[in-house]
Design a protein around this ligand. Sequence first.
Ligand code: IMP
Ligand code: MG
Length: 174
Amino acid sequence: MAEQVEVLLSEEKINARIREIGEQISRDYAGKSVHLVCILKGGSFFMCELAKRITVPVSIDFMSVSSYGSSSESSGVIKIIKDLDEPLAGKHVLVIEDIVDTGKTLHYLLELLKDRGAADVKLCALLDKPDRRVVEIGADYTGFQIPDEFVVGYGMDYDQRYRNLPYIGVVKFD
Ligand code: IMP
Ligand code: MG
């Protein structure tokens, strides 16, 4: 089956928006430092670009989680594949995620992180698919709201491919 990727958000558009979010975060966290928790693998490209645009002191850590059950349907119960290296106690934590879809993964994850004694835990997602939401969850910072289509690029994959695309696109099968 042949696939094509149609551009939804160009590299220029994404980078301009990330610059804006970086400025907003720098203002909101003025006088503090921010601890970025990147959710692997999808959030990694976004976090790198965003971290470069933040002017308050930044520290970073990584976590990898997977949803129990079938791979295409989010079950809401997550398994930690790779946990954080650093404790969260007293930190201003900002979770960096590629996309909020049903919201199940993040709902579970944010509760888990809040129990670890962070000063506060906020969420920054590059994309939001509000039509798909099952669990009420809102990001504190969102790059773009997109329609209910499966997207790839800028860290996001289809079967582990396309993460390296510098833009975000929709996979079309023909
Ligand atoms: P949910 O919010 O628990 O449904 O799951 C969110 C996760 O599913 C995201 O972090 C992505 O890894 C993955 N995901 C959801 N929608 C897409 C998409 O359109 N493209 C690629 N991955 C997606
Ligand atoms: Mg993800």
